[in-house]
Write a protein that binds this ligand. Sequence first.
Ligand code: IVH
Length: 671
Amino acid sequence: MQDDSARRAAELREQLHEHIYRYHVLSRPVISDAEYDRLYNELRELEAAQPELITPDSPTQRAGSDLSEEFAKVRHPAPILSLSNAYSVEDLQAWEERNLKLLPAGTQLTYTLEPKLDGLTIVLTYENGVLIQAATRGNGEIGDDVTPNVRTIRAIPLRIPVDHTKRAAPERVTVRGEVMFLKHDFERMNARQLEQGLPSFINARNAASGALKQKDSRITATRPLTAFVYGIADMRGLALDKQWDMLEFLRDMGFQVAPDAAIYPTLSDIIQQIPTWESRRNQLDYEIDGIVIKVNDLRIVQELGVVGKDPRGAVAYKFAAQEATTRLLSVGFNVGRTGRVVPNANLEPVFIGGVTVSSATLHNFDFVRNLDIRVGDTVIVKRSGDVIPYVVGPIVDARKGDEQPILPPERCPFCDTPIMQDEGAVDYYCPNVYCPERVYRQAEFFVSRGAMDIDGVGGQTIKLLIENGIIKDEADLFSVTREQLLELEGFAEKKADNFLAGIEAAKQRPLAQLLTSLGIDGVGSTIATALANRLGSIDAIEAATVEEIDAIEGIGDVLAQNIHDWFADPYHRGVLEKLRAAGVKMVGEARVLAGEQLAGMTFVLTGTLPTLSRDEAAALIEAHGGKVTGSVSKKTSYVLMGDAPGSKADKARQLGVPIIGEDELRQMVGE
Ligand code: IVH
């Protein structure tokens, strides 16, 4: 009986280890969550009945216990080194040159490139395959023992190798890695905090640190932490002579290894990768603050040695910081083309990633309320890539007590109309369709690229036209006269001619483009094309019932109602009437199919094609009976891929959707 239970417990541990690994590291579970729970509960019951069956590597020991005391200090088996930083290509080249001088003439250096994960260092020691200690970096020699907390992190194996068919674990090994939150887990955790009326976490790294340093590991267990490893600080009974082999070894042991690591023959190859990594940064599901470049040959790394705490054989290339703290001086309000009021923070100017930022969006009033952001607060501001800077949240500990709450304005700052809020809605809005700011934003959108694309008419000109009472909506742009233009400040013959030529050309835009430009909520170019193809004219869309609109592929109930309401609105009807009177084309091209070769097929476009523009490729597909949609799914027949494709190509590969090029498309339609 005793033996049977022991055997069963061992079996359950074995199975659970494998399923945890499959779920948290491979992301390829083979059993349902319920089945997992069943195995887990069976083990827990066995252990409850016979506590002597509990082993330190039992998956039940991840649940957290209330036994953790103050953190004990532990000495790392080997110094936990740091990295020197590089901020430019020149720094990297100088780093390599310094190294080459220390090495025999003619040495060729090969490098690995890894993301520099923005989390907290964790030092994991395994003896005979069992996790015996997990510690923070501390001062590099002594760290905090956070073993009970780390046991709750499912991406960290309690026992290695997780898969026994892989090679055996060495007698003793100390692995280092980074504990962090995946971005989506962090967001979900924050959403949960808000739901429970708890404050949200402002910064993923700090939140990870807080979670790891909990006194009660049951709290750590509720935080969706993960961990990536990237190196071995110390090992006994194992010889590895390349960094690349080390990563492979760690993967074999069942660790989640620094994702997207790669190996390159020379430093220039690495340097070429920098822009790609910088632009990928915001698309990754994990936070990085740079890349780490490591000499692949570990004997050379050894030979190069250490300066202070930094090994010469590796360097961190740091990206420009995306976050900074500054003071929120006051709040202004923007009004968008739909009337939506957006609070905007005026900031004490702060330098972020090469740009001085003095203003940042506060998104909406719910956001302000949830995070309790106040005027006078010290706030964290983020500027990543092309996204407009935004306030991440306040540093509550920095408050002095005289900070003021941020309230929605009572009247529109542009037209003085009382601000409204629909019941249950998040947003406040200016209801005045003639509000000069709304008209300005709508007209600016109307002429922009991707909308009517009108050359010669920019935001400044629109502003002047509104201020001088010449236009009251975007349709009035079509009746502006040469005389009116010449009276405007800064307008000479040439500029007026450009304006008029741009306006004239815009009258012949395809129906779908006109529809996109109207600024109907939810109607981008894909929906606009569907509407134009199915209904064929503005008149027909105006006359269509909600059901008719709803029947169009890609349009759901809510959007159909929204489109219908838009066209029923007297103000919008007035705009359309003026456009019609000005001679703007309001009917689609009669569609004549050139062939049926692509009937029933759905295509998704990504990247730049050799000769066809996106619109031309879509037209070619549609002219032969095919359809073009925006996102890849199992129903997609082909992904048409050009140069520099986006994530759609990856998605296609994942789903097994065939990828073709322009040549193949031409062959399919018999060109
Ligand atoms: S290697 C001796 N690799 O960055 C090797 N570190 O700024 C030292 N880090 O303390 C570390 N991602 O906490 C290495 N792929 C990576 C890393 C990485 C993040 C952290 C690590 C280190 C710090 C240095």
